[in-house]
Design a protein around this ligand. Structure first.
Ligand code: ATP
Length: 546
């Protein structure tokens, strides 16, 4: 991916991580300038925006970029005026423009082998669209506009740059996920919003190179889904057809889907990866522009159809209808179909029975949240792929909370790494705790109902120390140790935040509290006597025997 593509992906993710007002105010109008030697330079329109992004969002942007690129990233901002657009290609500067939500007809594109067959690659330019005829790109592009009755601009307004990925031909109106537009009403609607815009390279519809079987860590929670996906990849159309992968968010369904896609592409098969939202929009546009025959032709020459988030087609009559026919035609021809969903077919209410029964026809395989050991293995593998050495106790710390999503786990790791890099600090448990404190609750569930005051009083009584001294600055071992035990127990046994604990202990900051916690935590792990001592303090607290 080049800088533009990376930024485009990153910005989409950032959009889901900040509220829309923040996004529009600070992220709109940014674009990628370059990405070299791990330094990612982002163009911003004003110095004010630069200051805001630097102070408030730099870390978030950096961790998102690390996530997208899979490697270390340093972020810089540069204030420059947007390039004056000599051509419409100015919209292809990797900048984000949220106002227009467009959909490209061929988001789910055909696999490389098929693209190769259909479009002569001689001039280095690439296919316009999976349904496009084998004409040179610019002609094909013009042809498409004519086909759809879209007024043409002069040829000079389109300035295709050599791209490593195929540009798509046209942009259409998009309909948000979950919203079905009946075909009838679409046909009657005057077409106002369609427009021709030179389409910038997009990774949508392409397979993510990072999502392969070799980078997928297998554990108890995903064993079946992995084994069946592998079997399907090795024998498409012959075993488990369709394969229905389901489970909660961020648990690797898309990863497996892409893994199957990569294997299919390597075998020279025509693979099409799409999401049900794209499929829906494609159908809507095909109906609108009387291109259903082309749509069908495109889908029926696929060897492996991969559809993500199939649950979203439920209740969308024309989409379900078309998918049903696509399904039958592929299945009859022994072509492989793999779909993912956040729930099993029988739990997708309003899905047509005939589709439900077809989904249940092949094999249903679920993915569950990874358990602790599995989380550790995933984190270790992510560290390897990031080429970052993270101490074992930090990995254990990150893996510790019950984490329902691997995406969250990855985000936590990226954040810790970004935090350490940003502060130029060693990766320690204390640093990880600081980095993650506001992201998700890294504490194990608190079972006691103790308050910080009760812990404080109890610890002082147990060690027979003066509370004033414990709150104060004295550094004698006799005072420091009870103070640290109080930090540890307050963190472990109460619901108080680090800030509250710090304030109960004489106004100490959160890093001091984490340092104390870490010290006691380590001692408990290494010294049986300390473990027993802390257990006794806890016992005294719980029995209120002080
Ligand atoms: N077992 C695994 N091994 C390695 N990486 C994993 C594993 N499971 C998930 N991931 C990673 O977690 C992230 C989220 O996974 P993915 O997008 O496949 O989840 P999903 O189940 O499709 O989620 P959603 O339902 O939200 O689309 C990806 O970066 C993926 O590579």
């Amino acid at each position: 991916m080049n800088a533009k593509q990376i930024w485009q992906t990153a910005i989409e993710r950032l959009r889901t991580r900040v509220n829309s007002a923040v996004f529009t105010t600070w992220f709109q109008g940014t674009s990628a300038l370059s990405f070299q030697d791990s330094v990612f330079i982002i163009r911003v329109p004003t110095t004010f925006a630069k200051a805001q992004l630097e102070t408030r969002f730099q870390e978030l942007i950096r961790s998102t970029l690390i996530d997208v690129t899979g490697g270390p990233v340093e972020v810089r901002f540069e204030v420059t005026k947007e390039q004056p657009s000599a051509s419409d290609a100015s919209s292809d500067q990797g900048s984000y423009r949220p106002a227009k939500r467009t959909y490209r007809l061929s988001k789910g594109r055909l696999s490389a082998p098929l693209r190769g067959k259909r479009v002569p690659p001689a001039d280095g330019a690439t296919t316009m669209n999976a349904m496009a005829p084998s004409t040179p790109p610019e002609n094909a592009y013009r042809q498409k506009k004519e086909d759809y009755g879209i007024p043409q601009r002069s040829a000079t307004s389109y300035n295709p740059e050599p791209a490593s990925e195929p540009p798509t031909a046209l942009s259409y109106v998009s309909y948000p996920e979950g919203q079905d537009i009946p075909a009838e009403s679409i046909r009657k609607e005057p077409i106002k919003t369609q427009e021709y815009s030179p389409v910038h390279p997009s990774i949508e519809g392409l397979l993510n190179p990072r999502y392969t079987f070799s980078s997928f860590i297998v554990g108890k929670s995903n064993k079946l889904a992995h084994a069946t996906s592998l079997a399907v990849a090795e024998n498409p159309g012959r075993v488990y057809n369709p394969l229905f992968l389901y489970g909660g968010v961020g648990l690797g369904k898309t990863h497996l889907l892409h893994g199957i896609g990569h294997a299919g592409e390597s075998a020279g098969l025509n693979v099409l990866y799409t999401t049900s939202e794209k499929f829906t929009n494609e159908i809507i546009n095909a109906i609108r522009f009387q291109k259903t025959e082309e749509f069908r032709a495109k889908y029926r020459q696929i060897d492996i159809l991969l559809v993500d988030d199939i649950q979203f087609i439920a209740g969308k009559e024309s989409t379900e209808e078309e998918f049903f026919h696509t399904f039958n035609s592929l299945h009859n021809a022994n072509k492989q179909i793999v779909v993912t969903s956040d729930r099993p077919p029988k739990a997708i209410s309003s899905l047509q029975d005939r589709l439900r029964s077809r989904f249940e026809w092949g094999l249903l395989a679920d993915v569950q949240p990874p358990e602790y050991e599995h989380r550790l293995a995933i984190l270790r593998s992510k560290c390897d792929s990031l080429r970052f050495t993270v101490p074992a106790n930090v990995i254990e710390y990150i893996a510790r909370p019950v984490c329902s999503s691997v995406r969250e786990l990855e985000g936590a790791l990226n954040r810790v790494i970004a935090y350490a890099t940003l502060h130029d600090a060693p990766l320690t448990v204390s640093l990880a705790a600081q980095a993650l404190e506001h992201i998700y609750d890294t504490k194990p569930p608190v079972t006691s109902n103790l308050t910080v005051e009760e812990v404080f009083d109890g610890v002082c009584r147990y060690y027979n120390v003066n509370p004033q001294l414990v709150r104060g600055k004295q550094r004698d071992r006799d005072i420091v140790w009870p103070r640290q035990v109080a930090m540890y127990l307050m963190r472990e046994e109460t619901t108080a935040s680090l800030l509250q604990i710090g304030s109960a202990l004489g106004g100490r900051d959160h890093s001091t509290i984490m340092h104390g916690w870490e010290k006691v935590h380590a001692e408990i792990g290494n010294n049986e006597q300390v473990r027993q001592e802390i257990a006794a303090v806890l016992d005294s607290l719980q029995n209120r025997s002080f």
